[in-house]
Design a protein around this ligand. Structure first.
Ligand SMILES: *Cc1c(COP(=O)(O)O)cnc(C)c1O
Length: 399
């Protein structure tokens, strides 16, 4: 291994886990309290209450103590009973992955699948629900991160609600970076995490649950209890007078507390704005260099991830290695089916700053040129700056 590869990069523009806010890093070093200390019991309740505000819901959410895949699997195990017919919507790697869990628990798994550079058409969901009135649960990934595309989850939510189906939404890499919350998409279970747009390290799952979903999970005899996969065990754990099913991740809760303070103080709308502007500047720069975005339709491109097709004649790993070696910048690779076909630039939490989009464009174009392409880096940087200059100045959170 070369010396530089043993050293952290200068700038991580990955699509998660992301760099953490410095306030979060400082909060992680707060004293580790005993979980039954009255100070911690009250603190835990206050953090869940802050999370409730951030999720813009009336209902107390649940924190599970493992990174968000835990809540996705726990959600499948808890909500889906052996009589349920599940309609899983697949426009990418995470949507497809949820199907594997759903299949384990349901009577029948149906899927609508589109190419991974496209998104789900709500009209097809409506047709499918009409053709199969026995569908009881719909599952969808809002932002399928390995494709950098956004599914129209609010429309899907309206359609599922009209049918009376339960809706499970994976909003892990969109919540906190754009306008999405459990109520606006009518989700029964809304799974997200702190390690994407909230700017925390990985280690927790954040789950919005509505009363109807609690009832459904309680009626499911196979829903995990006394288990790491249980959501039910945690229903009242937020209350200072109730026990924890097991020891919560104290340090991660300290970090989440700081992240929620930042998010609520800056104002969600302003946070979303700097995500959107960073992505817009990045896309403009990429296109001005003659590269192609991964999403077939730019209107479906995520405000938290820019996915770019790897040009013919360039090898994905060599490109990312050149970006890192020459400039100390890290991008994400594709995953599963998209691995090798695209690279991804994250605009999440502390990295959702327009100037980082300019740096990303320069690093990408510069590295392509070292590998024998001839892209116009100057045009890319100019295009990104033009987008930023045309927007009202963005207030920067103070590190
Ligand atoms: C990051 C992410 C998750 C969590 O899974 P990882 O183990 O961190 O990959 C789940 N769903 C989506 C859409 C994500 O982006």
């Amino acid at each position: 291994m070369r010396y530089e590869e043993t050293q952290p990069p200068i700038l991580t523009l990955a699509t998660g886990p992301v760099d953490a806010y410095s306030q979060v890093l400082r909060a992680l070093s707060r004293p580790v309290l005993y979980d039954y200390d009255p100070a911690f019991l009250g603190f835990y309740e206050s953090v869940v209450e802050k999370l409730r505000s951030a999720l813009r819901t009336r209902h107390m959410p649940v924190i599970l103590h493992g990174e968000p895949v835990l809540a996705l699997e726990a959600g499948a195990a808890s909500l889906i009973g052996r009589k349920d017919v599940v309609l899983n919507l697949v426009s990418g790697v995470y949507g497809a992955g949820f199907g594997f869990w759903a299949k384990r628990y349901c009577a029948e798994l149906l899927e609508i699948r589109v190419p991974f550079d496209e998104v789900i058409d709500p009209a097809r969901v409506a047709e499918m629900l009409k053709a199969r009135p026995d569908i009881t649960i719909v599952s969808v990934c809002h932002h399928d991160t390995p494709s950098g595309t956004i599914n129209p989850v609010k429309e899907i939510g309206r359609i599922a609600a009209g049918h009376g189906a339960y809706l499970l939404v994976d909003a892990v890499s969109s919540f906190g970076g754009m306008d999405i919350d459990p109520d606006t998409c009518q989700a029964d279970l809304f799974v997200t995490g702190p390690n994407k747009c909230l700017g925390c390290p990985p280690g927790l799952s954040l789950v919005g649950v509505i009363p109807r979903a609690w009832e459904k999970m309680k009626k499911n005899p196979d829903a995990p209890r006394d288990s790491i996969l249980s959501i039910l065990d945690w229903e009242y754990a937020w209350r200072r007078d109730r026990p924890f099913p097991f020891t919560p991740s104290v340090a991660e809760i300290n970090g989440l507390d700081a992240a929620l303070d930042l998010y609520l103080a800056e104002g969600p709308e302003r946070v979303w704005e700097r995500h959107a502007l960073s992505a817009q500047a990045c896309r403009a720069g990429v296109l001005a260099m003659g590269l192609r975005l991964w999403p077939a339709d730019e209107r479906t491109a995520s405000p938290t991830t820019t996915a770019i097709r790897i040009p013919e004649s360039i090898e994905d790993a060599a490109l990312r290695a050149a970006v890192r070696a020459r400039y100390g910048v890290v991008f994400s690779a594709g995953r599963g089916e998209t691995l090798g076909k695209l690279l991804r630039i994250g605009h999440m939490g502390p990295t959702a700053q327009p100037i980082y989009a300019v740096m990303a464009v320069a690093a990408l174009g510069g590295a392509l040129n070292t590998l024998g392409s001839s892209v116009d880096v100057g045009a890319g940087v100019a295009a990104a700056l033009e987008v930023i200059n045309a927007a009202p100045a963005i207030a920067r959170p103070n590190p």
